[in-house]
Ligand binder design. Sequence first.
Ligand code: AMP
Length: 190
Amino acid sequence: MLNLVLFGPPGAGKGTQSERLINAYELVHLSTGDIFRYNMKNDTELGKLAKSFIDKGQLVPDEVTINMLSSEVDKHPEAKGFIFDGFPRTKPQASALDALMTEKGTSITAMIALEVPEEELRVRLKERAISSGRSDDADPAIIQNRIDVYNAETAPVKDFYIAQNKFHGIDGVGSIDDITNRLTSVIDQL
Ligand code: AMP
């Protein structure tokens, strides 16, 4: 199996690039943010709980997020591999993902990080707010909170994969096509 963690701060382009990679490599795309938003739209119990954190730019608690991710993986027993987008965002989530992959007789192949400077992220998120309708993209204070949470809790997750020799960073600035090409050249050498 090819199991990729696509990593990067909010606005790095994880969702856009995941869509391209799932077609190229026939992978299942699991975006925890998308799954939470789907639940929020359908007003499920999980959606209500997630909303109370997402609207403030905070992380949904690990236990809730890990359980949800695990049941999503279980829905795709036939998968050739997964792209995890927006997960793991904390070290406990990274450990839980390793345990889950081991349980399924597989492992994470690589983490690939899209590296984008903070100034560029703020510009992109502001632009995205116009088209996405995401309330967490609309407010500069919430955007800043998401970037701060990323720096404090999520950025250290990369050390987890560096220690396993699975970390690859690529330049996330440029045209969408250029960035896809950078990603595929890393993936094709895995
Ligand atoms: P995203 O679409 O990946 O930017 O996620 C939107 C929001 O969903 C985040 O700001 C978090 O509040 C929440 N979220 C998504 N993935 C996770 C995760 N792995 N752990 C905790 N919260 C998450």
